[in-house]
Design a protein around this ligand. Structure first.
Ligand code: G6P
Length: 370
């Protein structure tokens, strides 16, 4: 059932797809960065200039990993384009029936384009007269057809049930949409150029992040018997914490929770003991000191700490039991780079536990029932 994809020497599709990410990200950006106008270009949004100018709100909806990229998109679009964004689980959007103002754009985010909840949510909002667009990998899929327009990921077939390359491509498309909408509004030519340059650095940064594979394997060996793992990060790294936890649950069957690091003190810290590792995503930036303090709190309670941090950070090294090095990149591109070691961590832990990484129990690649 692997279609045109083959393992090409990798042990599993998931690993192959993790390693394809520098290329799949490049493919998501191909032909879409417009240097002359310092913006992004999309062939299939099917929106008139008038409709584009009048967007006042964006709703991003999806399920599973695609819902996590929606959360990343919320941070990006609000940060770069200053358009208010709401993120909705597709299954809730349909039945919750929230009031939706005019001039709201709805994006359904989906790898397969066949997820029943996402399709139903888009059809329902479209029926109400709103513009619905798809951010989708599979060309000609049901959701791609049902939407008024959209953006394809061009990530190639994703076979592993746990989504990896489709996720980073979704984040990349959302970053380009943020640039696009930002440039229609207040983002200057110079800022647009800077964003383009930062996007162009992404394939190399992801390639660099992949270099942590062996180090991650050692970390996996140490923690393979954990029964709960906490994932903590703030701002752009909060959705990454959720996605890291989901990856671990999906393929290793270890209970994991992602939280904004600062929320830890309102509950999850009660779980911390010497058998419960916490993964902190802690790049340098505005909340660095705060996350550092959270990390120290976990340490003081005897919890093992795994930190994702940039190289040459003695402060992190002195507290964390294990440090996985990630390249230092600007905030909005961090989700795309920092998720890579977490994908690898779940892969190696699942493998060590003898799990079927490409076909985890009880899960399906695309869920076509509500
Ligand atoms: C299933 C898959 C997940 C995926 C979710 C949404 O649960 O196992 O990996 O994230 O569906 O799928 P979609 O194709 O809509 O992105």
């Amino acid at each position: 059932d692997s279609g045109e994809a083959s393992l090409e020497g990798f042990d599993h599709y998931m690993l192959k797809e993790i390693y394809e990410q520098p290329e799949s990200i490049r493919n998501a950006m191909r032909g879409r960065l417009d240097d002359e106008n310092a913006t992004a270009v999309f062939g299939g949004l099917n929106l008139t200039p008038q409709q584009l100018r009048s967007v006042e709100r964006i709703i991003l909806t999806g399920c599973g990993t695609s819902w996590h990229s929606a959360l990343v998109g919320e941070y990006m679009i609000e940060d770069l384009a200053r358009i208010p964004v709401s993120v909705e689980y597709a299954s809730e959007l349909r039945y919750r029936n929230p009031p939706i103002d005019n001039n709201t754009l709805i994006f359904g985010i989906t790898q397969s384009g066949e997820t029943a909840d996402t399709l139903a949510a888009l059809k329902e909002t479209k029926r109400k007269g709103h513009r619905t667009l798809a951010i989708c990998n599979v060309v000609g899929s049901s959701i791609a057809q049902a939407a008024d327009g959209g953006v394809y990921l061009h990530a190639g077939p994703e076979i592993g049930v746990a989504s990896t390359k489709a996720y980073t491509s979704q984040c990349c498309v959302l970053a380009m949409l943020s640039l696009y909408f930002g440039r229609l509004r207040h983002v200057s030519f110079e800022s647009g150029q800077r964003i383009i340059n930062e996007l162009r650095q992404l394939p190399a940064a992801v390639q660099q992040a992949l270099a942590c594979d062996e180090q991650v394997r050692d970390v996996a060996k140490k923690y393979q018997d954990a029964s709960t793992v906490l994932y903590l990060g703030r701002q752009y790294n909060f959705p990454t914490a959720l996605e890291g936890a989901l990856k671990l649950k999906e393929i290793s069957y270890i209970h994991a929770e992602g939280y904004p690091a600062a929320e830890m003190k309102h509950g999850p810290i009660a779980l911390v003991d010497e058998h419960t590792p916490s993964v902190f995503i802690i790049p340098r930036g505005t909340t660095y000191d705060k996350v550092m303090a959270n990390m120290e709190e976990v340490k003081a309670r005897g919890g093992p700490v795994i930190a994702l941090a940039s190289r040459d950070n003695p402060e992190v090294e002195s507290i964390a039991d294990d440090v996985i090095h990630v390249p230092e990149v600007p905030g909005f591109t961090q989700p795309i780079v920092n998720v890579v070691p977490l994908q690898l961590l779940s892969y190696h832990i699942a493998l060590l536990r003898g799990c079927d990484v490409d076909k985890p129990r009880n899960l399906a690649k695309s869920v076509t029932v509500e």
